[in-house]
Ligand binder design. Sequence first.
Ligand code: ADP
Length: 163
Amino acid sequence: MTTAIYPGSFDPITNGHLDIIIRASKLFDKLVIGVYDRPDKPLLFTTEERANLVRKSVTDLPNVEVRIFSGLTVNFAREMKAQTIVRGLRMSADFEREFDLAMMNKKLSPDVEIICFMSDLQYQFLSSSLLKEAARLGGEITNMVPKHVAEALRKKVGNQCKN
Ligand code: ADP
């Protein structure tokens, strides 16, 4: 059985992430999305909220499951009995970071393979951070995220503005 993990912050999940998930789910028997508990960047949603938004986005994909993890990604891969780590690549912006991450993970665990999916053209410029910025400024985000994510985002940003 082929198993892959797709780790990330997913703060929140976007249609760009979802496209990678759908494509990867066709290549592996099982895909485990790993929602990283403590990324070293400021987050808008709590870990549970991020995981729940991902869960709600993948209900139609029977071979996809969602887990929260912390610590080394390669350890999470081992725990899930995954042979592969899936990541997404947008234009040139992601390359250096993904390359460094892949090299480090390969050193830590040579038996785990890293596969990067090229982002679809329509999602090349879609990132969770820009999405949050657009939502804060009242921009139209409906075609960038699943409906329930757009709602959660509007609510969260609205609450922040009130505080
Ligand atoms: P991380 O903090 O691990 O980078 P992200 O949630 O930002 O977490 O991204 C997870 C993975 O998804 C990364 O490999 C990132 O490059 C990829 N990704 C993010 N947005 C897109 C997109 N629009 N298209 C394709 N891949 C993407």
